[in-house]
Design a protein around this ligand. Sequence first.
Ligand code: ACO
Length: 335
Amino acid sequence: MELLQKNVQRAKANKQRIVLPEGLEPRTLQAADRILADGIAHIILLGNPAEIQAKAAELGLKHIDQAEIIDPQNHARREAYRDLLMELRKSKGMTREQADELVVNPLYLACLMIKSGDADGEVAGAHNTTGNVLRPALQLIKTRPGLKVVSGAFLIFSPLKEYGENGFFIFADCAVTPNPDSNELAQIAIASADTARSIGDMEPRVALLSYSTKGSAKSEMIDKVTEAYKIAKEMAPDLLIDGELQADAAIVSKIAELKAPESPVAGKANVLVFPNLEVGNVAYKLVERLGRATAVGPILQGMAAPVNDLSRGCSVDDVYNVITITCNQAIAAKK
Ligand code: ACO
């Protein structure tokens, strides 16, 4: 896909350090090998070096010797990271014993490396659950200034080129926050617009979706969306955003003319923000399966530095793409 190629080119031109906590996971290792061969990122693998080298040899990989390998049990900065962890979690009552235990957990270690400036981004989740990947990131890296909520976006490539940006959309939140309030929904919209710019190479036109268009129905659920619209407009007055809109009014110009003729976004939205996680997660999976769209993600947005969670059913290509996207997020986060 042309868009992913652009992300590859940007990553190559400004190499980022990406830490992979699941250093022994075969698809992760295969993707790391290709990333190194293509010169896309500096790769840091966490795990026992002898075991990683043996696995790489078994898989016939030729470039893993270019990666930095850190053994969580045995490395020079273990105490420094342990102290940082205690400091960051002292308000939560973390003891030295707890920190000693967590600092050797690769998912915590990866976040501590990012927090210390020793890595620029993390990709994990081929082996671990979403919750286990996200928790340390939410606890240690936290959100970027101005935002309090992390969300998960999908890049959706539809074969129907008449919709969105030539068939391309950002969908969010499809992965993280179960039931955002209006404030959080506004922040998800702002973060999704940023993702559209930094990863999607497009100027965002954001639709806050609901089952009503511009007052056609009334309920507390709709009030949440209209309130989110007002908050997002205050946060980013120049952003092209509208809501509440039904999905057809958001993306089909003929329906938009009927239902929301005054809207700057209706009929041509390229960023779709769902009212809660249930809707977002169900919607992207249906579009992928019944609409034959390609869905890339989830891309976590709103974090102070990028951490991305893979699906446990991911392919080597998925891991490669997510590492490339993480590099681009890291580049954008430093601007
Ligand atoms: N944004 C920012 N910070 C958050 C968020 C969020 N969305 N959610 C939790 N946090 C912070 C909390 O403030 C807390 O910080 P603190 O410890 O410094 O006070 C910390 O993260 C832990 O919060 P908990 O609520 O205790 O975290 P918990 O572990 O219960 O849950 C999680 C967080 C894992 C993200 C949870 O909300 C979750 O499981 N979400 C759904 C994930 C999921 O299953 N998605 C669908 C599958 S993915 C897919 O299909 C593509």
